[in-house]
Ligand binder design. Structure first.
Ligand SMILES: Nc1ncnc2c1ncn2[C@@H]1O[C@H](COP(=O)(O)OP(=O)(O)OP(=O)(O)O)[C@@H](O)[C@H]1O
Ligand SMILES: [Mg+2]
Length: 213
């Protein structure tokens, strides 16, 4: 199976979600690999190097690929290939999305974050990507319940499906990333619980779409 992480804007939390999914799915006994499709930046690859130096378990597979096609050629070797795309992927994003069982569009609560992602979703739909495969996830989310409700309402009006659980913006997660941990591996049980819920629900959504296909 293939999950892709796509965004117009940079820094919305694609790589954070890729790490979280890779760690939790590997823990669950599946084989998973993160395809780092931003070789110039290599965020996921550098994170993996920090993780290896620290010796954290489980060992998570990360590989840089220069093209989406090369990553797709390897996908069948894993239970789950996670395509961690660059910002502004454009053509590459379309190829990623078309090949994916689930396309995740991370966004914050602000209109500035949501608008370009909705536009990206419409563009993907226009090129033939099944709207059912698109899933918005609130990432690096910071705000009140009222903001959460308003953002969900905006995305609902735009016909988008949004994941229930959110990945909150927290200093502990930022610090964890710097140490080579995924968001679910921070040393605070309440944060862990919340974040594992995000990964679990994404997997549920993946399985649901897989069954429907
Ligand atoms: N939930 C979070 N809480 C705190 N910091 C976070 C969280 N998620 C991501 N970050 C931090 O925010 C920054 C951007 O996140 P990330 O690298 O995941 O975004 P991205 O969409 O992959 O960015 P790019 O478009 O550059 O690839 C990173 O420094 C990351 O460690
Ligand atoms: Mg990234």
């Amino acid at each position: 199976m293939i999950i892709s992480l796509i965004s117009q804007k940079g820094g919305v939390g694609k790589s954070a979600l890729a790490r979280l999914l890779a760690v939790e799915i590997t823990k669950a006994g599946w084989s998973a690999k993160i395809a780092d499709l931003d070789p110039a930046q290599g965020t996921s690859t550098k994170w993996k190097a920090r993780r290896d130096v620290a010796g954290f378990q489980p060992d998570v597979a990360v590989e840089k690929f220069r093209t989406v096609e090369r990553a797709l050629n390897e996908a069948a070797r894993y239970d789950l290939m996670i395509l961690d795309g660059p910002a502004h992927a454009e053509q590459g994003g379309r190829v990623m999305a078309k090949a994916s069982d689930l396309v995740i569009l991370p966004t914050g609560y602000s209109l500035d974050d949501m608008e370009p992602q909705v536009e990206a979703a419409y563009e993907l739909e226009d090129t033939g990507v099944d709207p059912e495969r698109l899933l918005f996830v609130f990432c690096r989310a910071k705000g009140s319940d009222a903001e959460d409700r308003a953002a969900r309402s905006y995305l609902r009006k735009a016909r988008m499906t949004v994941l229930g659980p959110i990945l909150p913006e927290l200093a502990s997660i930022r610090q964890g990333h710097a140490e080579g941990r995924a968001a679910s591996e921070v040393p605070f049980p309440k944060v862990q619980e919340k974040v594992i819920d995000v990964a679990q629900e994404i997997v549920n959504q993946l399985m649901k779409r897989r069954e429907a296909a």
